[in-house]
Design a protein around this ligand. Sequence first.
Ligand SMILES: [Zn+2]
Length: 260
Amino acid sequence: MPFREKNGIPYYYFSSLDFPELTQAAFTRRGGVSPAPWGTLNLGGAVGDAPERVAENRQRAFRAVGHSFDSMYAVWQVHSAKVVQVTAPLTSPENILKADAMVTDKVGVSLFMRFADCVPVLFYDPIHAAIGLAHAGWQGTVRKVATATVEAMQEYYGTKPEDILTGIGPSIGPDHYEVGPDVIAEVECAFPDDASALLFSRDGAVKLDLWKANQLALEQAGVTQVEIAGICTACHVEDWFSHRAENGRTGRFGALIGLV
Ligand SMILES: [Zn+2]
């Protein structure tokens, strides 16, 4: 597994996105100050943890990858397919926008999101030096937030989809993601030709492969380079927060991407 560690903060990175001019990380839950059920590196501000602990954890995470916390840009994640074009760090929490993807070509801006089972998708166009980060739970997946991010990079930076390197980060795996009739219907509607490859029956339940669904959404947008971390958060709650495996009482780990 490709992990790095600094100051006691381990983080996963994608081998195919490993460039000196790019910082990218999926932080684990290790190395922070929060007690159970947020133990320990909870980066989520809306899960009941104390704000001062979340602030300390975020400082630690950013410091581990050599980025100033002042470089952060974040959105209020609402399971949409809305993409924000980012030109500068977030100046005040009051200015936060509701969206589920961000793109930028600015050096010194750290795109940052929080996760506990939903899929982090990272984007890098090395030709135009543009990046993106998306949050795809089942809703963002069927709304094709991954596709919308590719389209935003095409529109704003002249990116060619075939040049984009993408990474699908740690998130709930197909073995653990049981879904009900409503979700099944939405997946069949969003992926009419591929639903049978994304939904499968096991142990008397129907399960959804969010990794493959996001890979398909990327490929439908013309992306050819997709690296899947293949790490299931629900299988590894010692390393990752899992909303499903921990019955909603848990924290959020962070994903970050930034040009340096
Ligand atoms: Zn699993």
